[in-house]
Design a protein around this ligand. Structure first.
Ligand code: URP
Ligand code: ZN
Ligand code: ZN
Length: 472
């Protein structure tokens, strides 16, 4: 059935304007005033912003990690994402050394297929490079539409890859048109520092942060950026937490290297002191990279505003406090790393960013949706409000105030890292390809209705048509 969204303010990465929007067959078919749509359902968006659905480029749903499995799976995680105004997630598909990539990808299809309530794609972890892996990459890119690879520079003896693997992944990505993502921390030095701390009896959560200092994130970021320049390839640094890393990204970009950076809500509003909370509560705030000293927050906000960082991911990687985080009660190295954020990513960026004047409304849309679609081969199907794009729409009330709490969130975990935080602005209704998933703050979607997205190859910004030339 056709739908006509009326009386709202449409916001894209470029423009803010009053107009109505007609949806037909899951796509946006008209934008304008006085649209006549006989037989269309009228959706009144008065007083609301009409935004492109959020795209979360960084989630770990139903993922084995840290001796356990993340609590939110593709059903609970995507329901929570939808409540928060996100209509697409790109999740990390893990691989095991020696296992065909095809099998690993099938495992992720099995986890997601009948569960996701919003659309989704996968990034693929590269654990090693050998002939088998190189031979499979064309299948991964061309058949599966997986056009981004993830290399971990940390988590020694678990996920960590060596520099040869990173470099050869960069070279292959250049050849095939993929974007290489890195978790940039120096895993070898962290391994030494954590073992030393534990041997000295330093086992509380705060030592998680103290054994992963910002210098080690800066060093790894700079190393990955240098290797990217050498390979003439393209790099996306996930979960940037500190000034040391921002500096290295800015330096690489100033040399013309294609290096992009993502940060996450936790690094923008929480800080290292949270790890010192009593009664082991500090474990709720254990992420890698860790939360940093508070002054880093201004650096991250300024980098988002100036464009040195371009996106915001949730790094959704949720574990219960009781029964999962407490695996590390006597040893911080056993606390599963990560937290539940998928639901509050968009709201926090709007409230702390737009409402507090740190970024403008169009930057907010760019950072939470449009730029992500462009970098990860989804634009213009996703990430914007334009005729022909999927009707993934968020009707967002910019003035509602609410308090974030585990009592009201929809994630499957027993705590919320932002508990008690007041935010202004909330999605009221969310549509995926023209169908309501959230309607008047109620979930009306269906597990399995999310579609797997085969993504286009990496190209810097919007690809030009073959015959098109840039006019200056
Ligand atoms: O602590 C984190 N970030 N957990 C998720 C895994 C990762 O490193 O992204
Ligand atoms: Zn990571
Ligand atoms: Zn992550």
């Amino acid at each position: 059935m056709k739908k006509l969204i009326k009386n709202g303010t449409i916001v894209t990465a470029a423009d803010t304007f009053q107009a109505d929007l007609l949806i037909e067959d899951g796509k946006i078919s008209q934008i304008g005033t006085n649209i006549s749509a006989i037989g269309a359902e009228i959706v009144d968006a008065k007083g609301c912003l009409v935004l492109p659905g959020g795209i979360d480029p960084h989630t770990h749903l139903d993922m084995p990690f840290g001796g356990t499995v993340t609590k939110d799976d593709f059903e609970t995680g995507t329901i929570a994402a939808a409540f928060g105004g996100t209509t697409t997630v790109i999740d990390f598909c893990l691989t095991n050394k020696g296992e065909p990539l095809k099998n690993a990808i099938q495992t992720w299809h099995n986890k997601s297929k009948d569960k996701a309530v919003i659309d989704y794609g996968f990034h693929l972890m590269i654990a090693e490079i050998n002939d088998d892996v190189l031979n499979e990459l064309p299948y991964v890119i061309n058949e599966e539409g997986i056009t981004s690879f993830k290399v971990f520079m940390a988590y020694k003896n678990v996920f960590q890859a060596d520099d040869e693997t990173l470099f050869r992944t960069l070279v292959s990505a250049k050849e095939h048109g993929a974007l290489v993502m890195v978790h940039a921390e120096n895993g070898d030095v962290i391994d030494y520092l954590t073992k030393k701390a534990v041997a000295e009896g330093k086992t509380e959560p705060i030592y998680h942060a103290l054994t992963r200092p910002p210098e080690l994130e800066g060093e790894a970021t700079g190393r990955a950026a240098k290797l990217t320049g050498l390979a003439d390839s393209q790099l996306y640094v996930v979960h940037v937490s500190c000034a040391d890393a921002v500096e290295k990204i800015a330096e690489a970009r100033s040399k013309g290297f294609e290096v992009w950076g993502e940060t996450c809500p936790q690094y923008l509003v929480l800080d290292q002191s949270y790890l010192e909370k009593p009664n082991f509560e500090g474990a709720k705030y254990v992420w890698s990279p860790p939360l940093r000293e508070k002054w880093n927050q201004d650096v991250l906000w300024n980098a988002l505003k100036s464009g040195q960082l371009q996106t915001i991911g949730s790094d959704q990687c949720s574990f219960d406090f009781k029964g999962q985080k407490d695996l590390g009660k006597d040893d911080f190295t056993k606390i599963p790393n990560g937290g539940p954020i998928i639901e509050d990513r968009v709201s926090i960026l709007f409230s702390e960013g737009v409402k507090k004047g740190r970024i403008n409304l169009n930057q907010f849309v760019d950072i939470t949706s449009t730029r992500i679609a462009k970098l990860f081969g989804l634009f213009p199907q996703k990430g914007t409000i334009a005729v022909g794009s999927d009707a993934d729409i968020v009707i967002f009330d910019p003035n509602i105030e609410r308090v974030i709490s585990a009592e009201t969130h929809h994630m499957a975990v027993d705590y919320n890292a932002f508990e008690g935080m007041k935010v202004t602005g909330e999605p009221v209704s969310v549509l995926l390809r023209g169908e309501f998933v959230i309607r008047d703050k109620q979930f009306v979607g269906k597990p399995g209705s999310g579609q797997y997205l085969k993504r286009a190859k990496y190209s810097m910004y919007t690809p030009l048509n073959q015959n098109e030339t840039l006019s200056i």
